[in-house]
Design a protein around this ligand. Sequence first.
Ligand SMILES: [Zn+2]
Length: 456
Amino acid sequence: MTARAENAKTLAALLGVGEAAAVELLLGPVVVTGDAPGHAFATELTHILERTIESVVTDVRLDARLEIVVGNASARIPGVRHLHVGFTDCGLRLDHKVIEVSRDAPQGHAVFATIGACFAAAAAVNIVVDGAVPQARPLPFEINNDDFLRAQDVDLETALEIGTAHLAGGGAIGNAFLWSLRRFDVRGTLYIADPDDVSAGNLNRCLWFTSADIGEPKANRLAAAAATSFPNLNLIPRRDVLHALQDKANPKWLERLIVGVDSRRARRALQAECPREVFDSSTTGIEEVVLHFNKQPSQVACMSCIYFEDAREQAHEEHVAESLGVTLDEVRANFVSAVAAKRIITNYPTLKVADIIGLAYDSLFKALCGEGVLRTKAGRDVLAPFAFVSVLAGALLAVEFVRRARTGRIAEPFNYWRVSPWGPPVTRLKATRDRRERCQFCGDEVYAGVVRQLWG
Ligand SMILES: [Zn+2]
């Protein structure tokens, strides 16, 4: 499946339209017009938006579906729809109309350009589809930099020594995490673990990857692409699951775990590795970002409390197993085995065994699903989010990682936050979630003993 097909499936499900109509809507062109002070933001926005909209250009196109005007620039294309992005003293403002802003309004730390660009990209996509995205809040609204990080509270400039940390997942969130982390002077060693290879469909949301990376291991390509941006951080890729990086000689091998994997089940498995610190970010459905943090031993929620096994997850796995003709346990193993592949092709004779071994079940299911199925709950669970949703997840993860690694207060000032790029961030949703009763990790005496021994 190509990046274009991934985006079309997602938009079709979001709007309830056919995939052909969705492809058409995502063609563009969208024109980005910026002045000199807005150049960095315009570049970032273009880079993110062109993962979703086929044609994002800076030259004047009279057939533009939308012109995005950044900073104090003047619109160049009359008679088309406009999205204005203005820099204010607090952050940025998104509006259909021209925004009067002071010429020298500060744009804040460089990482805010990435965060702000995700909100601007969401607003742009909603305008392109005639305001049909159900989750989108009407313009104008403002994105306040202090909603994410009060620069006066945390030192963002001096070097930050992170020791040895591990990143689980080299996909969309892992890409965006490093894309944003390079804005800080981070030092130490970061292992990147991902057993998967880059596929054509991944290109719709992985910022560092290009078509030249298809078929190559995600972890290796991510480390190679990001390396020049991190002169003081040693990036070590491993084409494997995190568990395989276990250091038997050092029980305290997993001090700092950054999580960007793609399922609830995988997150629970990572918590069971007993990391001391967890920095986690995910996308729910296709429209929202969830952030979670914990430090063991802990009296508040762990990652398994947040991503407990729910009825929806079970129903989804049962549906995938039934559709493909495999067992539930095989689906829960996440990747298609040789034995399962043989069974699947008896139901889908057009497939070849060699092509589907090692594929994630959700990817295979998504490729085989028609439009009707993808609009059901089981179908929506496998849709890939748009780039700006995953990038927001990775960017906020980087900001919170730097903040919390600097202060040492890993689960503070909140351990849970949901953010949607389709509207202004809601800071009152920042919460400290309690432990869940009967959590399979923190409710288990064996794990509790291991945690006390390791980190107590
Ligand atoms: Zn728990």
